[in-house]
Design a protein around this ligand. Structure first.
Ligand SMILES: C[S@@+](CC[C@H](N)C(=O)[O-])C[C@H]1O[C@@H](n2cnc3c(N)ncnc32)[C@H](O)[C@@H]1O
Length: 162
C-alpha cells in the first residue's frame, strides 16, 4: 500500500466512525470532546454531524484553518496530560462522545502515546458514551465495538462505556 492509500483509508475511516458514533450517542446530552484540532478537518465534520451538544476542543496550540477554528470558550488549550484531568474536575464523567486524533507519522510513538493517554480519557466518558480513536487505545473498562461499514480495519477504533 502507498502512503496515499493509507492516508485515504484513515480519512475514510475517521469519517465513517465519527458519523456512526455521533448517531449512536445522539440521545446523550453530555459534551463532545475533540482531542487534537490540527487543521480542524475532523472538528469541522463534528460540527456538521453533532446537534444539540457542546463540542470542546483540546489542543496544545491552535493552528487550524480559520474556517474550522473553534470559539475561544470551547477551546481548552494546553497539553492533554494536564487539561484532561482538569476537564474531569470540571465535567465529571459526562462526555457523550470523544474523538481523538493526537498522533503523528511515527506508529511506534503513537502507540506509546496511546498507552499513556488512555487512562486520562477513560474516566471522562458517560455511561453509553463512545470514543473514536485513530490509534488502538488501552482501556480497562471500555469495550471495543465493531467499526461500521466504510471504515477500514486497523485505521480507526471505537470504544464504548457499558
Ligand atoms: C493529526 S493532528 C489532528 C488533525 C485533525 N484531526 C484534523 O482533522 O485536522 C494532531 C494534533 O494533536 C495535537 N496534539 C498532539 N499531542 C498533544 C498533546 N499532548 N496535547 C495537546 N495537543 C496535542 C497536535 O498539536 C496536533 O495539532
Amino acid at each position: 500500500m502507498s502512503r496515499l492509500d493509507i492516508f485515504i483509508d484513515r480519512m475514510t475511516s475517521q469519517r465513517a466512525c465519527i458519523n456512526f458514533a455521533a448517531q449512536a450517542t445522539a440521545d446523550l446530552a453530555g459534551p463532545v470532546f475533540e482531542l487534537g484540532l490540527g487543521n480542524g478537518r475532523t472538528y469541522h465534520h463534528l460540527c456538521k454531524v453533532i446537534t444539540g451538544r457542546d463540542i470542546y476542543v483540546f489542543e496544545r496550540e491552535v493552528a487550524s484553518n480559520p474556517a474550522s477554528t473553534p470559539p475561544a470558550d470551547r477551546t481548552i488549550l494546553g497539553d492533554v496530560f494536564e487539561t484532561l484531568p482538569q476537564a474531569l474536575q470540571r465535567f465529571g464523567a459526562t462526555a457523550s462522545f470523544i474523538h481523538a486524533d493526537l498522533g503523528g507519522h511515527n506508529l511506534q510513538k503513537n502507540d506509546e502515546f496511546a498507552r499513556k493517554i488512555s487512562p486520562y480519557i477513560e474516566p471522562l466518558l458517560a455511561v453509553g458514551g463512545m470514543m473514536v480513536a485513530s490509534d488502538r487505545m488501552y482501556f480497562d473498562a471500555l469495550c471495543e465495538i465493531e467499526i461500521p461499514e466504510g471504515a477500514v480495519l486497523g485505521r480507526c477504533f471505537i470504544y464504548q462505556k457499558p
